[in-house]
Design a protein around this ligand. Structure first.
Ligand code: ADP
Ligand code: MG
Length: 629
């Protein structure tokens, strides 16, 4: 038996591994499995290229635990190691890379390392007080060896007996890792990290019902019996590793369910990513239905490295808006043993991020071009995603503006350019701005919409959760275009044209007299009384809300502009100078009756904007009932 001391400087890495990484203890299993997978893939390559003298045999990786002996064992039939190789790879290389990792981890401060990848073999000491490695190399007549280390820098290495080629790693679990001596805990970890590793992994057995051939029960159904079968953990060929041409839509749907077994909602469509150069990246992204609530479905994108699960928090790898998508990304080229803040500045990661964004945009454009009708059907479900992307990434805006759609109250869809073309003759103001009219609620803004339509205007529906921000963006980006909600002004003034002013039935003097009557009934901190000439068919009093002020308030509500503080609500209470009732009020001599009519028409206007509430509303209803008795 040989004894040795692992590099002197390494003295302090064991306590650090044990304590420092406590929060991510569970990754030890991923590291052991991925080493077993690597060793198995190497032996398969040797066999394929005719370099292996013996049978390849069953290369299933076996995971087991023994509660009594307090051990977890990971066995593979991979390449194994000779004594020299153990010394080189385990005592030297693995150790120094673990040291490097620990150094980085210390520097990373509170900033976590992505997926804690790179600690490697020595992560075993997060849960084990002693690690045994029994290995026999594939090389002809190799002497099996046993390496043992108890987490102090001392190790021993000795000759041993081992029938088959490959490596057994036996973890003698310490106080730290007791929770892992448990069937369901281990199963959970295997399912989390090794669900798609490329070599079969078996963890114990499971009982399944199997049909007995040729035997039927009284009802003619095949009889079944319980049989014990190997419990296999993984799908070695997940959909993303295959060529898109090999996969049907159903395969993609099935894979979605494999990824998120507890989800029932079907994704709208998918994007298969496949890049070789300048970096390797594969994956499948799914578009979920996104409705009003951005948070609805929290299925996260999973990041893999060569089919080994790394993490499901990918914020630093893909642009933020893409985290709304579901699916997997697999790339061995993302540096996984660096801190998250470093990742963002890494040029490879930026390239990957831009590439994914481009792919997503290409897919959307393809859907739009190939089947516009279908794209329109999906539009309401993907609109938030696209708007969010356009708001957060300039590059995405430039791509997406081609296929971004606007929907009007008739349920028709137009691209930005098409829409401008459609309305420009009728809705250009005197300064040459094309005014896009929109409604955010077809129910409550019904009268305003109707009134705009009666004038021959077209009205858009912009009722999404971030539409107020989106409208701002479009105004900045599109030339000579502005947006106004239908209730931003009286219809006559929505699109200021050089039309002649409509003659008024009121003199200035009459207006002066009327004004205080209305002010008396409307809270002056909220309402600003104005007079406008409108057609007789419009309401006698109309409540409008200045576009700019309202937008500020909307953005405040959706959290975009906190610095505005508490901005007061403000409305215009506009009196229609030409309405017959207004004339009646002017001519009325009984001041009590005059006041009553003013009150009633003001309340009606408030009511139509949902602004009449509480006591005032109750009084209004009571008064209205009295009026008709
Ligand atoms: P990495 O996997 O990144 O190389 P590790 O610390 O996980 O780093 O492993 C270090 C080295 O030890 C491996 O590169 C490999 O040569 C060797 N090794 C570890 N586990 C096994 C195994 N099960 N079979 C064969 N070699 C192994
Ligand atoms: Mg490894």
């Amino acid at each position: 038996m040989a004894k040795g001391k692992i590099n002197v400087e390494s003295k302090n890495i064991f306590p650090i591994i044990k304590k420092f990484l406590y929060s991510d203890q569970e990754i030890f299993l991923r590291e052991m499995i991925s080493n077993a997978v690597d060793a198995t893939q190497k032996i398969k390559t040797l066999a394929r290229t005719g370099k292996l003298d013996e049978e390849l045999g069953d290369t299933t990786i076996q995971v087991s635990f023994d509660e009594k002996a307090q051990t977890i064992t990971i066995s593979d039939r991979g390449v194994g190691m000779t004594a020299e190789e153990v010394d080189k790879y385990i005592n030297q290389i693995a150790l120094s890379s673990a040291q490097e990792f620990v150094e980085k981890y210390k520097d990373a401060d509170s900033d976590t390392l992505i997926g804690q990848f790179g600690l490697g073999f020595y992560s075993a000491f997060m849960v084990a007080e002693k690690v045994e490695l029994v290995t026999k190399s594939w090389k002809k007549d190799a002497q099996p060896v046993k390496w043992e280390c108890d987490g102090s820098p001392e190790y021993s290495i000795e000759e041993t007996e081992k029938e088959e080629r490959g490596t057994d790693v036996i973890l003698h679990i310490g106080e730290n890792g007791k929770e892992f001596l448990d069937d369901s805990r281990l199963l959970e970890l295997l399912k989390k990290y090794s669900k798609f590793v490329p070599v079969p992994v078996q963890f114990g057995t499971e009982k399944v019902q199997e049909e007995i051939e040729g035997e039927k029960d009284e009802e003619g159904n095949p009889k079944t019996k319980e049989v014990e079968k190997p419990r296999l953990i993984n799908n070695t060929e997940p959909a993303w590793t295959k060529a898109p041409a090999e996969l049907s839509d159903e395969d993609y749907q099935n894979f979605y369910r494999e990824l998120y077994p507890t989800t029932f909602e079907e994704p709208l469509f998918h994007i298969h990513l496949n890049v070789d150069y300048p970096f390797k990246l594969t994956g499948i992204l799914y578009f979920p239905k996104i409705k009003q609530n951005l948070e609805v479905q929290r299925n996260k994108i999973q990041l893999y490295s060569n089919q080994v699960f790394i993490t499901d928090s990918v914020e630093d790898i893909v642009p933020e808006f893409l985290t709304l998508l579901h699916g997997v990304i697999d790339s061995p080229d993302i540096p996984l043993n660096v801190s998250r803040s470093y990742l963002q500045s890494d040029s490879n990661v930026r390239k990957i991020s831009n590439h994914i964004m481009k792919k997503v945009s290409d897919k959307l454009e393809e859907l739009f071009k190939n089947d516009r009708e279908d794209f329109q059907k999906k539009w309401d479900d993907i609109k938030v995603f696209i708007e969010y992307g356009m708001l957060s990434e300039e590059k995405f805006f430039d791509r997406a503006k081609k296929y971004t759609l606007l929907k009007n109250t008739e349920g028709e869809y137009y691209t930005l350019d098409e829409y401008k073309e459609k309305i420009k003759d009728n809705q250009t103001d005197k300064d040459g701005n094309v005014i896009h009219l929109y409604a955010t609620d077809q129910e409550t803004q019904y009268t305003y919409i109707q009134s705009a339509k009666d004038r021959g205007y077209d009205v858009l529906i912009l009722d999404g959760p971030i539409d107020s921000h989106f409208v701002n963006l479009l105004e900045q980006k599109l030339e000579k275009s502005s947006f106004k909600r239908v209730d931003a002004d009286v219809t006559e003034k929505l699109i200021p044209q050089q039309d002649e002013e409509m003659p008024s039935k009121l003199t200035d003097e009459q207006k002066e007299k009327l004004k205080p009557l209305f002010e008396e009934h409307a809270d002056s901190s909220k309402f600003n009384v104005k007079f406008e000439t409108m057609s007789e068919s419009e309401m006698p009093v109309i409540i409008t809300q200045d576009e700019f002020m309202r937008r500020m308030m909307d953005m405040q509500k959706t959290g975009g502009m906190n610095f505005m503080g508490g901005m007061p609500e403000s409305y215009n209470l506009t009196v229609n100078e030409n309405h017959p009732i207004i004339n009646e009020i002017v001519e009325e001599n009984d001041s009590e009756k005059q006041s009553k009519i003013v009150k009633q028409i003001t309340d009606l206007a408030l009511l139509s904007q949902n602004l009449l509430k509480g006591e005032e509303l109750t009084k209004f209803i009571k008064r209205s009932v009295d009026n008709i008795r």
